[in-house]
Design a binder for this molecule. Structure first.
Ligand code: GLN
Length: 445
């Protein structure tokens, strides 16, 4: 009944473009099986969910919301999908995204624009747009997402829900269609932190199919979610908070007082402003370059819809010209330019060096503080008509502040914070890499 109810509600959302595919027959079949055989009870037993459409799902079309992958049916499951299946969660469908994970808006799926469920004139955020939409709408209690720059944590903020990017390597990336492999992280959207603990317990763990996955000490998160150490230290970068709009800034300083009144230490931490200002450029240099290399197999020959052409060069050119949207093409062009041999030395290698400096700076931050508090967004989700209006240059780093946690692989969670009418502004907490339990305990508290 639960699975049926979810499918019925989901079908009413056809015009939202949030869903790439429903897997009605498979979901109902599994739900029936589970009903007839309730012996292996897990916390996710029979719980319906959506997977972002860049997770490979066996025998189910997986497109990453790109025309080039229309009709691609993987012969295997992503490890995270297998683990959710082992826990008896029920996959009901695939959620749309900004094509190949490239974007933070919800406007770049090949199947059409997705808007904010609370106000359709506003951005839903992305790239995990459909997943955020479906959890915010209350269709499913959780959905998978992927986060390369902020693709889970920003839309969570825009939609008043919880979005968690675990430590890099905590959940296997095997079967996640890549955008930028050194930054891509599997994570989730939920309605609350306890549900997040449950899905993390089900999916964390080393996987020999992903060379970057690791053993994580954050076990039994659900059991320990309420046990935040009273001595946990919270930190914030004063300049970042002071650069916020007046209302948001005030809310942060009031929140710091609240934490102090509960007995926690809340302290300013230093962060080199030049490194913050470099965030956006470094992210683009690294992620665009990796995206070209990692997606070079989408050529109409190895993978993807094949276009007509007289020879293989023409086939590849036509397949890629017809198969990709403008945002992806722009990123590929910039990325390809960076990968040119001379440019690698002058630009890309420099970008990697600056990334190392940022990682070093974060090491120093987490030597002094346990939880770094950062604002995922300054304002409620912007109107689509105003999205081209640029943030003042000296504050532009705020747009990319969440990407800090992708550079060093920190666990990082956005939870609801300020509510303005039906819209929201989240708050983000990050911890030292592999301290996922601590990060979730702080969020729960
Ligand atoms: N907003 C970022 C971008 O446009 C994030 C994308 C992501 O995390 N996949 O690239």
């Amino acid at each position: 009944q639960l699975t049926q109810a979810v499918l019925t509600e989901a079908k009413k959302l056809q015009s939202s473009n949030a869903i790439n595919k429903l897997v009605e027959d498979k979901a109902l079949l599994l739900a029936k099986e589970l009903d007839n055989n309730i012996d292996q009870n897990t916390l996710l037993y029979g719980i319906p969910y959506f997977a972002k459409d860049n997770f490979a799902t066996k025998d189910i079309e997986t497109t990453s919301s790109s025309n080039i992958l229309k009709g691609y049916v993987p012969p295997f499951n992503a490890t995270s999908i297998t683990k959710l299946a082992d826990n008896k969660a029920v996959l009901v469908g695939k959620a749309a995204l900004d094509e190949l994970g490239m974007g933070g808006v919800g406007l770049y799926s090949c199947n059409g624009v997705i808007t904010n469920p609370a106000d359709e004139k506003r951005l839903v955020g992305g790239s995990s747009s459909g997943s955020a939409y479906l959890v915010a709408k209350g269709i499913v209690p959780f959905a998978t997402g992927s986060d390369t720059g902020d693709s889970i944590r920003k839309p969570a903020s825009f939609n008043n829900i919880v979005g968690f990017k675990p430590s890099y390597g905590a959940i296997s990336r095997y079967g996640l269609l890549p955008y930028s492999p050194s930054l891509d992280t599997v994570g989730f959207f939920t309605r609350n932190v306890t549900d997040m603990a449950i899905v993390c317990d089900a999916t964390f763990g080393y996987d020999n199919k992903d060379a970057t996955s690791h053993h994580n000490d954050s076990k039994d998160i659900y059991q320990n979610i309420n046990d935040l150490d009273k001595n946990t230290k919270f930190g914030y970068i004063k300049k970042v908070i002071d650069d916020l709009t007046e209302t948001t800034r005030k809310a942060y300083y009031e929140f710091f007082e609240l934490l102090k009144s509960k007995g926690y230490v809340v302290e300013e931490v230093n962060f080199n402003q030049d490194l913050l200002n470099a965030l956006s450029a470094i992210y683009k240099m690294i992620s665009y370059s990796e995206s070209v290399s990692t997606n070079s197999n989408l050529d109409g020959i190895k993978f993807g819809q094949r276009a007509e052409g007289a020879d293989y060069v023409e086939i590849i050119t036509n397949s890629r010209t017809q198969g990709f949207g403008n945002e992806v093409k722009q990123r590929f062009i910039v990325g390809a330019l960076n990968l040119n041999k001379e440019n690698q030395t002058v630009y890309l290698n420099k970008a990697k060096q600056v990334r190392r400096l940022i990682v070093q700076e974060l090491k120093e931050v987490f030597a002094k503080t346990d939880i770094l508090i950062i604002p995922p967004t300054d304002k409620v989700p912007p109107l689509i008509s105003e999205m081209k209006i640029k943030t003042a240059p000296e504050k532009q780093y705020l747009d990319h502040i969440l990407t800090l946690a992708n550079f060093n692989g920190s666990p990082s969670i956005t939870i609801p914070f300020i509510k303005e009418h039906k819209l929201g502004i989240g708050i983000n907490l990050s911890a030292k890499p592999k301290n996922d339990l601590l990060c979730l305990q702080a969020a729960k508290m």
